[in-house]
Design a protein around this ligand. Structure first.
Ligand SMILES: [Zn+2]
Ligand SMILES: [Zn+2]
Length: 187
């Protein structure tokens, strides 16, 4: 919440806000987000315009995520530039837009939280990666390739060769047991 009372409604009034706030909730997407209580740095400019207060500036925060390729947790940061109009009550903008189209000033207060939630949600990747070139997991055994021996792989027997190997194995077992029984009779 930011108080706009001191800004007044005179177009041209301006105020800057540099603040660290604790994130009131987990803000982000399923696999990556600003954690609840995490620092959010605001460096904003509030400017009174005829229809409301224009808020511009940067929002920066640390993020915690889970890599969508290797599933390891990792930390990072999100930084974005915010440009949002918060409409005055009874302004033309207020009266000609839907509730969810434009943010509103209520009781001379700007509630930044929904604007930050929306902007961070758009900025963060749906499939975050721990590193851009994350090798992911071995498709055969699931080991994380970043910690596997170099050249990690599996000898995959061609199913046709596997069939032949089984036939030879069975044949040699029969013949050896047959000769064994012959030897036993002779003794
Ligand atoms: Zn990864
Ligand atoms: Zn493997």
């Amino acid at each position: 919440m930011l108080d706009t009372l001191s800004l007044g409604r005179r177009p041209g009034s301006m105020r800057t806000v540099q603040q660290h706030i604790a994130s009131p909730s987990r803000i982000g997407l399923e696999m990556i987000a600003i954690r609840e209580g995490g620092d959010i740095d605001l460096d904003l400019r509030l400017e009174s315009v005829s229809e409301g207060v224009l808020v511009t500036g940067t929002v920066r925060a640390d993020t915690v995520g889970e890599c969508s390729r290797c599933l390891e947790p990792f930390t990072g940061e999100v930084s974005l530039y915010l440009t949002e109009l918060f409409a005055y009550p009874n302004s033309v903008t207020d009266q000609t837009t839907q509730e969810d189209e434009v943010y509103r000033i209520e009781d001379d207060l700007i509630d930044l939280e929904p604007a930050i939630v929306d902007a961070v949600g758009l900025e963060l990747p749906l499939r975050p990666l721990c590193t851009d070139d994350c090798a992911g997991l071995c498709a055969e055994c699931g080991i994380r390739l970043a910690i596997a021996e170099s050249g990690h792989g599996h000898e995959i027997l061609d199913p046709r060769w596997a069939g032949l190997a089984a036939a030879f194995g069975a044949g040699s077992e029969e013949s050896s047991s047959a000769s064994d029984s012959k030897n036993n009779e002779e003794k």
